[in-house]
Design a protein around this ligand. Structure first.
Ligand code: XMP
Length: 322
């Protein structure tokens, strides 16, 4: 396994980094085609801009709509990049992802289903049809660390796991951000001209909202967690926290609604203070913020009867639930 040399935020010269990486990408790809998937997170957005700088129209950028992203996400991201001169095509693959997730309850099996559907079924097919030989990907150093340590199988680190993506999936992967951590990528994204709504955006996991539904992922559960996510993200936007999220529990609990017994859903809110996601502590939110959050979730999402706030640190917890 190759040791990756970290570039700390304090050592990062963004202009130089952009020049170097753009050169590297264009000399690797030559006059061929490269392809990348944009998810709207800071990592894949930075890679899209970097690749576009290096290759222009020879980089094909796709947004895979897996049905488990945040509300309104595909449309918002495509129009934002259009404004930056980058064409992004949406691929509707919702049915494929929901079918692959059907019946699965084990966290690693759920992650694996999202990974396999993305690489082999949806994206692998796009790459083969496009005749691109290279895939640009926004893997960062923290993804590599956690996968190598066996804490969690991130979706994007095949090489580090000794899996040859060319043999298994038919293409080569370029990972220009692999020496950086999140703070470095944010600085880079700003230098690449991405707006604050992207470069300062809270992280979002590769397996998307499937990482926030405990137990089987269904369309109904995704619709609940989508609404809860949007309420939590709006309410905590000014919290200065590293990341905040809503999680839907598997167990239902008794509640009372309109004077009648209800057997409803439980939503857990997590809000984390962290520098680089390796360790994290729950943000000390005011009781007022918490009760107002609970009120909004219960009022706006029929079927939810319980809202809790996580007070455990990482470790031993992880930030996502799955
Ligand atoms: P955990 O849950 O491992 O999360 O403590 C640490 C940070 O990583 C994000 N995360 C992921 N990001 N693919 C990603 O690109 C993944 O599979 C994945 N799982 C977790 C998580 O949101 C947090 O910021």
């Amino acid at each position: 396994m190759v040791k990756i040399k970290e570039i700390k935020r304090t050592e990062l010269n963004t202009e130089e980094f952009i020049r170097e990486k753009a050169n590297e990408i264009s000399s690797l790809v030559g006059d061929g085609l490269a392809i990348n998937a944009l998810s709207g997170g800071v990592d894949s957005s930075a890679v899209t801009m970097l690749g576009h700088k290096a290759l222009g129209e020879r980089l094909k950028t796709y947004f895979v709509d897996n049905g488990i992203m945040r509300k309104g996400e595909p449309e918002w991201i495509v129009s934002l990049f259009k404004g930056l001169g980058v064409k992004v095509e949406i691929i509707d693959a919702q049915d494929k992802f929901f079918n692959a997730l059907k019946g699965l309850t084990d966290p690693e099996e759920k992650r694996e289903a999202v990974t396999q559907t993305f690489y082999k079924d949806v994206f692998g097919k796009l790459v083969r049809e496009s005749k691109a030989k290279y895939l640009l990907q926004g893997t960062i150093l923290t993804d590599v660390d956690e996968t190598v340590a066996g804490i969690k199988r991130q979706h994007n680190v095949f090489e580090q796991l000794g899996i040859d993506p060319e043999k298994e999936f038919g293409y080569k992967i370029i990972e220009p951000l692999v020496q950086l951590r999140k703070d470095g990528v944010r600085a880079l994204a700003a230098a690449l001209g991405l707006p604050e709504s992207i470069h300062n955006r809270i992280p979002f996991p590769g397996p998307a909202l499937a990482a926030r539904v405990i137990g089987e992922v269904t369309r109904e559960k995704i619709s609940i967690v989508k609404k809860a996510t949007s309420i939590v993200e709006k309410k905590l936007a000014d919290s200065n926290a590293f990341q905040y999220m809503a999680i839907l529990h598997n167990d239902r609990v008794p509640g009372i609604r309109d004077g009648k017994r209800d057997f409803g859903f439980q939503v857990e809110v997590r809000c984390w203070d962290s520098v680089d996601a390796r360790v994290a502590t729950p943000t000390k939110l005011s009781h007022e913020t918490l009760t107002s959050l609970a009120g909004d979730i219960i009022k706006q999402i029929p079927g939810v009867v319980s809202v809790t706030y996580n007070i455990a640190t990482k470790p031993p917890s992880t930030m996502e639930a799955v």
